[in-house]
Design a protein. Structure first.
Length: 180
């Protein structure tokens, strides 16, 4: 066998070899700091603390209720009109509104024969603004308009973009109130 060759006399093995070890150690320390930092960030921002749970429960359970002057649906006389080409739309919506407690008066095509691009218009005398707000809350995207109606009815006029009534709230749902 052959003997390994000896490095030249001016060749310094130790400094180069030492620098390689230092560079490896520094890289490992940087990676460990990065992993520990990522774990700390995740622990503090992803996993809720007990203080966060208490604050969330308190804010969810405490809802302030403001009395409303709006009338109940059974106190609102409602005309349901159709301004679209869809046959029977006003009748179907009137039946649904009646099942929700509204008093249905007239069901027909829009007497003003307006083209309504949006979901609906709620037309009413300015004195019936609260009642119109109750009706508009049932039809997402409805626009409330004041007109000079002689009676106290509210007109729900269905438009081209009508997509259905809002979900009826659960009658068994309760609202927790805050003690002041």
């Amino acid at each position: 066998m052959m003997e390994p060759e000896e490095p030249p006399a001016d060749y310094e093995l130790a400094p180069r070899h030492t620098w390689r070890h230092v560079r490896t150690a520094v890289t490992l320390v940087v990676l460990v700091v990065f992993v520990v930092g990522a774990a700390w960030y995740s622990w503090n921002n992803v996993i809720p603390s007990e203080d966060d749970d208490v604050a969330t429960e308190a804010s969810v359970a405490c809802v302030e209720v403001v009395p409303s002057e709006a009338p109940a649906p059974d106190a609102i006389e409602l005309n349901v009109y159709n301004s679209t080409d869809e046959r029977g739309l006003a009748r179907r919506v009137a039946d649904e509104m009646g099942s929700r407690g509204f008093v249905i008066m007239n069901v027909a095509n829009d007497p003003l024969e307006r083209a309504i691009e949006g979901p609906a218009e709620v037309r009413t005398h300015p004195d019936q603004h609260d009642a119109a707000g109750v009706v508009a809350a049932v039809v997402p995207g409805a626009e409330v308009l004041s007109d000079e109606q002689a009676d106290e009815t509210v007109d729900l006029v269905l438009g081209e973009a009508f997509d259905g009534l809002a979900d009826q709230p659960d009658p068994d749902a309760t609202i927790d109130t805050c003690a002041s």
